[in-house]
Design a protein around this ligand. Structure first.
Ligand code: NI
Length: 173
């Protein structure tokens, strides 16, 4: 169990596509636990493995958002695929643990269905609506190397880079 350091943009690791999980042994459980600890420490709704520097294709969603009880463990999505999205769209501000204090308006489908494996390798399918759909699609993007800044133009991207750099300098003092 450990809270790990977040990988912050523009760290190039965030651009690497994640790799399929084939080993469902103890090291996957260890990764899951580190992701849980880090997600709760950072107060995220979701987290992808590459955000703590691990290339495995996996993300978590906070239990209440995923339709479980508040005290349930976060839901692990291993080797996820988006199988369907709605025509209907939603637009709202979106944050990301790899972009501290940055919020960007992103248009996404209102509903999304994702199929994935659990920690034992069993396949399941989930349909999310509104914030849950947004979270599923945001975390899925991470696994392909896609990031929040891909939804803005180059000027805004530079602004965000400067702001994050300033924050990093401050944190090191
Ligand atoms: Ni994110």
């Amino acid at each position: 169990m450990a809270v790990r350091d977040m990988v912050i943009w523009p760290d190039p690791r965030l651009r690497q596509p994640s790799e399929a999980v084939t080993d469902f042994g103890p090291s996957l459980r260890q990764l899951y636990q580190d992701l849980v600890d880090t997600m709760y420490a950072e107060r995220g709704l979701g987290i992808a493995a590459l955000q703590i520097g691990d290339p495995r294709r996996m993300f978590l969603v906070e239990p209440e958002l995923a339709g479980r009880a508040k005290d349930d463990p976060p839901v692990a999505f291993v080797n996820p695929e988006v199988v369907w999205t709605s025509e209907e769209q939603q637009k709202s501000d979106e944050g990301c643990l790899s972009f501290p204090d940055i919020y960007i308006q992103v248009e996404r489908p209102m509903k999304a269905r994702v199929k994935a494996q659990d920690l034992d390798g069993n396949w399941f399918e989930v349909e999310g609506e509104a914030l849950m759909a947004r979270c599923l699609l945001h975390e899925y993007d991470h696994l392909t190397g896609k990031l929040l800044v891909d939804f803005v133009g180059p000027l805004k991207r530079q602004m965000i880079k400067r702001k994050l750099q300033k924050n990093a300098d401050r944190a090191e003092v």
